[in-house]
Write a new protein. Structure first.
Lengths: 109, 226
């Protein structure tokens, strides 16, 4: 993306975010929350996050990785294990990134 | 009440700062440059969305796909705004929007713990501002520090991977029930399988498929819902 495109993307992101944050506070009258919306809302955030993160971990240049010696996989597994154990966001990030860097620089993967 | 808000939000600033640093480093490593990264942080001020769009911007996704992704990640805020209504609905609209800009996850948790009853009470707005401003200051300071520091770290070190790990951890925090596991699995598989689609449409396809499967799974076993 060009600088101008990124700039416009950022303005749009800010508008979308503020709209989401103020949605039910905007109208003067109370709005009911429809049931279908409440149900769909439960899955949209996890769907978006999982959809963005999965290719980042298992793909390289648009193709599935075909070697198990990929530092990212083990970093991600280490992070997942840490999260299951401690449920701590920051620790998970440090642990996963640490393992990835160790394999990358220690073993040259 | 302003002071009470500041005090209640104080202990949270450690976690907020740590997460902000990581988000800042990831943003610096995305290659958008320091000024744009800082602008994004100041205007958007929503950590998960900021980190989630980085891979999309890096692969030249169209703007609307980026915005749709941000909207999905931010849909939880709709629920927040709905729950804030009893407390702030009486204020003029301009002030409601101003408050909305600061309605992040931490503030929501702090505010609802202090005022569990959904009714108006004196001092609520001051309490909100106290908590919100501490939270905002800690968050922005950490992100901007992360952006500047991250920019100084060579890209080859692969520290940008911290952004991927942050997204992975955020995904895990959303895994609350069987149907959310199904939704996450469907989204991950579909995003990888449909990667060849142009314009990063794989993200859109994956979200649509995952929401559909999540709702189906929930209705197939109503007792297992939530």
């Amino acid at each position: 993306m060009s600088t101008l495109e990124i700039f416009l993307t950022i303005l749009g992101m800010a508008a979308v975010t503020l709209l989401c944050r103020s949605f039910f506070l905007l109208p003067e009258q109370d709005l009911p929350m429809p049931r279908w919306l409440r149900e769909g809302l439960r899955y949209a955030p996890i769907a978006a996050l999982a959809a963005v993160v999965a290719p980042e971990i298992v793909m390289t240049q648009g193709h599935l990785i075909h070697t198990w010696r990929d530092a990212r996989i083990f970093g991600a597994l280490a992070g997942l294990a840490f999260f299951t154990w401690k449920k701590d966001l920051f620790g998970t990030i440090v642990c996963g990134t640490g393992v990835m860097l160790a394999l990358k620089f220690g073993l040259g993967w | 009440m302003f002071r009470e808000g500041v005090r209640d939000c104080g202990p949270m600033t450690i976690g907020i700062s740590a997460w902000g640093l990581v988000a800042g480093v990831a943003m610096a490593k995305s290659g958008m440059g320091i000024p744009l990264a800082i602008l994004m942080s100041l205007l958007v001020s929503a950590g998960s969305s900021q980190v989630a769009v980085l891979p999309l911007i890096a692969t030249d996704a169209p703007m609307w796909v980026v915005w749709a992704t941000v909207a999905c990640v931010n849909l939880r805020f709709l629920v927040f705004s709905y729950q804030y209504r009893p407390y702030f609905g009486h204020l003029p609209r301009r002030r409601r929007v101003a408050l909305s800009y600061f309605m992040g996850d931490t503030i929501f948790a702090t505010f609802l713990r202090r005022y569990p009853e959904p009714k108006r009470e004196p001092g609520q707005v001051d309490y909100f501002w106290g908590a919100a401003l501490v939270n905002y200051a800690a968050w922005q300071l950490a992100v901007i520090t992360g952006i500047v520091a991250g920019n100084a770290i060579p890209t080859e070190w692969g520290v940008g991977f911290a952004g991927t790990m942050a997204l992975l951890a955020l995904t895990c925090t959303q895994l609350r029930s069987r149907s959310t596991w199904i939704a996450a699995f469907v989204a991950a598989s579909a995003a990888v399988a449909a990667y060849a689609l142009p314009l990063r449409m794989n993200i859109v396809v994956a979200i649509a498929a995952a929401v559909a499967f999540g709702v189906l799974a929930q209705h197939a076993r109503p007792d297992a819902a939530r």
